[in-house]
Design a protein around this ligand. Structure first.
Ligand code: URA
Length: 208
């Protein structure tokens, strides 16, 4: 497994604005969209290319295009949708899936309520997106489901990760590379990332 922290100054600046509790919902969403482009750039860095013959106005050339089947982006609902929208702007032809998991606030364990993913996951690079890798419970459960549906090449893209969540993912799914904008200090006793940015879903949808 590789852990990539996207420490680009633009990403770090935008992340600080997102962490600030006085940043309103509309700005939070806009920042998430912008930052998702920059993180998606990293998560797709090693995608294989193949050459295609094309005609430029001047001549014929062999030019690189992404090889193989189209990517599958899988949003872990609901907060994943904020990242998904931005990444789709960058990779508009990607296929899209959704995994619905909510966190039981007492046990902190994930409960599945929805699962719909593209066919042929086995032949696609699958990028699972969720802004917060906190306890890792829901992320690991989502990856379990994706592997159950045939996915073999999965990357996990988030905005913030806790050390605990990274270890959990590493131990359970050592084949899954993680790309994040930051690794924070720790988890709170109710499973929130500290210092974090609060509840990503509430911040992006204004539900609290
Ligand atoms: N989910 C969130 O939205 N925020 C956290 O800090 C942890 C999990």
């Amino acid at each position: 497994m590789t852990l990539t922290v996207v420490d680009h100054p633009l990403v770090q600046h935008k992340l600080t604005l997102m962490r600030n509790k006085s940043t309103p919902t509309n700005q939070f969403r806009q920042l998430l969209r912008e930052i998702s482009h920059l993180i998606a750039y990293e998560v797709t860095r090693n995608l294989p290319l193949e050459n295609r013959t094309i005609e430029t106005p001047m001549t014929t050339m062999q030019a690189p295009v992404l090889a193989g089947k189209k990517l599958a982006l899988v949003s872990i609902l609901r907060a994943g949708n904020g990242l998904l929208d931005g990444i789709l702007e960058l990779i508009p032809s990607a296929r899209v899936g959704f995994v619905g998991l909510y966190r039981d606030e007492k046990t902190l364990k994930p409960v599945q309520y929805y699962f719909k993913v593209p066919d042929d996951l086995a032949h696609r690079v699958v990028i699972a997106v969720d802004p917060m890798l906190a306890t890792g419970n829901s992320s690991v459960a989502a990856i379990d489901l994706l592997k159950g549906a045939g996915a073999q090449n999965i990357k996990f893209l988030c905005l913030l990760a806790s050390p605990e969540g990274i270890i959990r993912m590493q131990e359970t799914h050592p084949d899954v590379d993680i790309v994040t904008a930051a690794v924070d200090e720790k988890l709170s006793d109710i499973g929130y990332i500290l210092p974090g940015l609060g509840d990503a879903g509430d911040r992006m949808f204004g539900t609290k």
